[in-house]
Design a protein around this ligand. Structure first.
Ligand SMILES: *Cc1c(COP(=O)(O)O)cnc(C)c1O
Length: 432
């Protein structure tokens, strides 16, 4: 497998380099030079395959010349240890539940796969690395859990003191072993700045082998395509074209679906569902891409004003606006509408949605209402409702079931290192 930079098609690297660098030096994003088509026989029998078997075929096609079949198999067995059920909600509507991993959100797919891929490449070199991550909440937990006890990898997570939810903080600070939580006296932007400064400090990078676990890493994108195929395997028997609605922030999740479609997955249409951060929807409406500062919403994992993966989507469709519009529609919903829909769906069907999934549901319904054809609708349900129970209205809160993985966290002891927002302090910490 080879990858190029979206800023320079002549800058080509192998998979290992793309995974450890994360970003090309020219600030583009890595994209595969070839997106192979899966054989039609794969789709003919897909309903008999598990998500692990599907993931194996997808990786085998992509990773040609980079990883042996045996090693791909091992990586998938270790990373993909949970399923993605497409649960019937009403009429032709299904919820693709992506929250059955250890941190109850879809980022487990990407984080666990990246950890195994890195461990595999490191094992071959007998090397050690230090991963730095700044988090505003969700990503840190998934990365911490994904890399927990992975040989040769130390993870340092920086989070803004007092600015993540109680359960998010516990997910970051209770693992120990190779995971260190730095509680920074500052904002998420300060944390991000410390990490960026570390990567630019050549004295530091010569002495310590640093890497990132950024969400734009290709190793996090690829595994996010597995569950699109897995949902098709479950819903194919209905015999209707499938529409996917994706609650989107940085647009990595939807981009993975578009790659699956390029590899041959039958997708009728995509819906990009967003909260008040509607840069992409405005782009679809006007043809102009105008990033703006993010605003805070209930579905805070999607509070992104300048989605990084917009560049990749443009690349997938040869930067042709008309082609993009044919493949994807976009709708934006405010917090009030989102909260109302959670209550309304719960009262009508008994199904509980988290605020991100609810945005996905709303976008799906809005699109389907414009269509005459008989379609199957799937919204990606990206987090367990219990993760966002703080955002529910008082009458709804008690109705949210708290899974054991989350309630167990309450009894665990938080361990963090408090640190001033000061690069020199951070640097000497990394050098010890
Ligand atoms: C990260 C996240 C999203 C947004 O996914 P993108 O790939 O950034 O578009 C949606 N929902 C939840 C729960 C998330 O954690």
């Amino acid at each position: 497998m080879k990858l190029y930079s979206t800023n320079n098609p002549n800058h080509i690297v192998d998979l290992q380099e793309a995974v450890f660098k994360g970003l090309p030096p020219d600030n583009g994003l890595y994209m595969p030079t070839v997106i192979p088509k899966l054989p039609s026989a794969f789709f003919d029998t897909i309903e008999n395959k598990s998500i692990q078997e599907i993931a194996f075929e997808v990786c085998k096609a992509l990773f040609v010349g980079s990883i042996s079949d045996n090693d791909i198999h091992t990586i998938i067995q270790k990373a993909i240890t949970f399923t993605a059920p497409a649960v019937h909600v009403e009429n032709n509507i299904y919820s693709l539940e992506l929250y059955h991993g250890p941190t109850l959100a879809f980022k487990d797919f990407g984080a666990r796969f990246m950890a195994q891929l890195m461990a595999y490449f490191l094992g071959k070199k007998n090397n050690n690395i230090n991963i730095l991550v700044a988090t505003s909440g969700d990503t840190g937990g998934a990365v911490a859990s994904g890399f927990f006890k992975t040989d040769g990898i130390n993870v340092t997570i920086l989070y803004p003191s007092g600015k993540v939810s109680a359960s998010q903080e516990k997910q970051l600070t209770t693992l120990g072993h190779n995971i260190t939580a730095l509680e920074i006296d500052g904002t998420f932007d300060d944390c991000q700045k410390l990490v960026k400064t570390a990567f630019l400090d050549s004295d530091l990078t010569q002495k310590v082998n640093l890497s990132s676990a950024n969400s734009i890493n290709i190793a996090r994108l690829i595994p996010q395509s597995f569950y699109y195929y897995a949902s098709y395997a479950q819903l194919k028997k209905l015999g209707k074209p499938i529409v996917y609605s994706i609650p989107s922030g940085n647009f990595g999740n939807i981009c993975a679906g578009m790659i699956a479609q390029k590899m041959g997955l039958p997708v009728h249409h995509f819906v990009a569902s967003v909260n008040a951060n509607d840069t992409f929807v405005q782009f679809l409406n006007t043809g102009t891409y105008l990033p703006k500062p993010s605003v805070a919403t209930l579905s805070n994992a999607m509070d992104v004003g300048n989605p990084s993966n917009f560049v990749r989507i443009n690349e997938l469709f040869n930067k042709e606006f008309g082609v993009i519009k044919n493949h994807v529609s976009g709708y934006s919903f405010d917090d009030k509408v989102t909260q109302n829909s959670i209550r309304e769906i719960y009262n009508r069907t008994g199904y509980m949605m988290d605020p991100h999934g609810a945005v996905g549901y709303l976008g799906l319904m809005k699109y389907l209402n414009t269509q005459k054809e008989n379609l199957t609708g799937v919204f990606l349900h990206t987090a367990h409702p219990a993760k966002f129970v703080d955002t529910y209205e008082p009458d709804m809160k008690p109705k949210v079931e708290i899974p054991k993985a989350l309630s167990d966290l309450e009894n665990k002891q938080k361990v963090s290192i408090k640190m001033k927002n000061d690069f020199n302090v951070f640097k000497s910490f990394l050098l010890q």
